[in-house]
Design a protein around this ligand. Structure first.
Ligand code: PRP
Ligand code: URA
Length: 354
């Protein structure tokens, strides 16, 4: 057993007093939402339910305003819905709502995760590269009167991606990481496939936030330390709750003498606490999230959240049924595997060591 464990108490000291005040305020605002949720659940007439729903809508609006204000003072925290034009918010909101809904099927969940990460790639890379663009010339199937070629101008992301390594926090981050890597490949001028580093990191679900253990299982991780030094590390994990999992990996890397050039953490939902902790604990880290949620429950799950992202993406991973990496990828199905052929090959080589 070759495990690195970070305890909840190791995370003490990163947050500033002013951060703690903001988190406490968001928690207390979310108490109001929870009271509305209770009123919705217990309403005995349609009118009572309608009143409770209106109160929930108002509470969510207040929380949104507060979080936006907090993030406006944080240069390294980027929330898609706070930074993009209003016209784009509806689409992001729809995706998050579908991901939150327990009725969303497994296949639909994968589909909406894919859409979420396409938006996030645009926000973090292709939109950010503008106005730099390059021309691509594409052959079309139309050959009469002669073979046709079309010209398109696409954002030039080459400078931004050339030094990157895709770091995967297994299991929840596997598909998101593959998607971001694929987007990088599609936008690069040389069909660039990111190197991969795979970290098996797990929170101990039997613990609460206050006594949480974050366990990095080195026997089930696959990476070459030397290939991480001086690199721009991308971590694409759908959920950032306490920030503890990422801090565990980065602390371990630094103790091994690895100094990443930058760390880009790309989430679907990031809690306020996890966002602040990452940017305080890790130098040169930036958090980019499609959505920010205000609070955590005692088990360190995000509120309102979407439940266990790893389980919803990959199925339950009990100790009796602990699937290995190659099995996990096979389980995504042949359709997805074909789409992400280059990434799957790169991951297989990293895992199998050839
Ligand atoms: O910000 P934190 O408090 O560290 O929580 C976030 C982590 O929790 C989830 O993984 P989990 O431990 O559930 O493992 P899984 O990916 O196998 O589901 C998620 O995918 C993140 O990696
Ligand atoms: O709410 C949460 C928190 C951590 N990990 C998840 O998958 N969901």
């Amino acid at each position: 057993m070759n495990k690195i464990v970070l305890h909840a108490t190791d995370l003490d000291g990163y947050l500033r007093d002013s951060d703690k005040e903001k988190i406490a305020r968001a928690d207390s605002m979310y108490e109001t939402s929870l009271a509305c949720c209770k009123a919705i659940e217990t309403a005995s007439t349609p009118a009572e339910k309608e009143k409770a729903e209106a109160a929930l809508v108002e509470s969510a609006a207040q929380i949104g305003k507060f979080l936006k204000h907090v993030c406006s003072e944080e240069p390294n925290i980027h929330v898609y819905s706070f930074e993009t034009p209003r016209e784009q918010h509806g689409g992001a909101s729809r995706i998050i709502a579908k991901l939150r809904d327990p009725r969303t099927s497994h296949e639909e969940f994968l589909y909406f995760i894919q859409r979420a990460y396409e938006l996030m790639f645009a926000h973090v890379y292709s939109d950010a590269a503008l106005p730099r663009k390059r021309s691509i010339i594409t052959k079309t199937p139309v050959t009469f009167p002669i073979r046709n070629y079309a010209v398109h101008r696409i954002p030039d992301v080459d400078e931004m991606i050339k030094n990157t390594v895709m770091c995967v926090m297994l299991r929840g981050a596997l598909l998101p990481s593959i998607i971001i890597s694929k987007e990088i490949q599609e936008y690069s001028s040389d069909d660039h496939v990111t190197p991969f580093a795979l970290f098996r990191i797990k929170r101990d679900d039997s613990k609460s936030e206050k006594n949480m253990d974050y366990i990095l299982d080195l026997d089930r991780s696959f990476f070459n330390l030397e290939k991480l030094d001086g690199k721009d590390l991308i971590f694409a994990d759908p959920m950032n709750a306490t920030g503890g999992s990422l801090v565990t990996i980065v602390t371990y890397l630094k103790k091994q003498g690895i100094h990443p050039k930058s760390i880009t953490f790309i989430n679907v939902i990031s809690a306020l606490k996890g966002s602040l902790r990452i940017v305080r604990a890790i130098e040169d880290a930036s958090v980019h999230t499609l959505w920010m949620d205000p609070s955590l429950n005692d088990q360190a799950y995000i509120l309102p959240g979407l439940g266990d992202a790893g389980d919803r993406l990959n199925g339950a991973d009990t100790s009796v049924n602990s699937r290995n990496m190659i099995q996990l990828m096979a389980d995504y199905g042949s359709g997805i595997i074909n789409l992400y052929r280059a990434q799957v090959k790169e991951i297989e080589q990293t895992v199998l060591g050839y």
